[in-house]
Design a protein around this ligand. Structure first.
Ligand code: CMP
Length: 138
C-alpha cells in the first residue's frame, strides 16, 4: 500500500536555534524525504506560546514550557511527504532525550525533556490544527 501524502508541523526550539543546529535538523528531514513547504523564524510571544500549548495548560511544567518557548527565536515549518506525521516523530525520537533511540534528533542533539530541540505534531488531526495556528493562509 502506498503511504498517504501528509503535512505536519515542525518547530526547531530555542535550544537548537541557539546552538546553530537549524541546518543539521533540516537536513535530517530532507534526507528522510520530507519536503519543507513553509518556513519562518520567529520569536514567539508568551501569549503565542500559551495558545499553541493550551492543551498542556493544567500540566505542572506549563509555565516553564511557555517561558522557554518564548525565550528566543524558533523555526516553524510545514513538512510534507508520505506518512509525514509518523516519519517526523520517528526522526525526532522520544520526548525525553534520555529515552530517545540512537540516531534520533533528540537523542543526538537535545539537552533535556524541556530543551528537547524539536516539536512535531502527534497526529494528522493535530497537524492540521497546528499548521492552521502558524500558517492560517495555508
Ligand atoms: P513538545 O513535543 O514540544 O510538546 C510539549 C512539550 O512539553 C514537550 O515537547 C516537552 O518539551 C515539554 N515537556 C514535557 N514534559 C515535561 C517536563 N516534565 N518538564 C518540562 N517540560 C516538559
Amino acid at each position: 500500500m502506498t503511504a498517504q501524502m501528509e503535512k505536519t508541523l515542525s518547530i526547531i526550539k530555542p535550544d537548537a536555534c541557539n546552538r546553530n543546529l537549524n541546518g543539521e535538523i533540516i537536513s535530517r528531514f530532507e534526507k528522510a524525504g520530507l519536503y519543507i513547504r513553509t518556513m519562518r523564524m520567529e520569536h514567539l510571544t508568551k501569549a503565542q506560546a500559551e495558545a499553541f500549548y493550551a492543551v498542556h495548560k493544567e500540566r505542572p511544567f506549563f509555565d516553564e514550557l511557555v517561558t522557554y518557548m518564548s525565550s528566543a527565536p524558533v523555526v516553524i515549518m510545514t513538512l510534507e511527504g508520505p506518512d509525514a506525521v509518523r516519519k517526523n516523530r520517528e526522526l525526532m525520537g522520544a520526548t525525553n532525550p534520555a529515552d530517545a533511540a540512537c540516531g534520533t534528533i533528540r537523542h543526538d542533539l537535545a539537552l533535556s525533556i524541556g530543551e528537547n530541540s524539536v516539536h512535531g505534531s502527534d497526529s494528522l488531526e493535530n497537524a492540521k490544527i497546528e499548521i492552521a495556528f502558524f500558517f492560517p493562509e495555508s
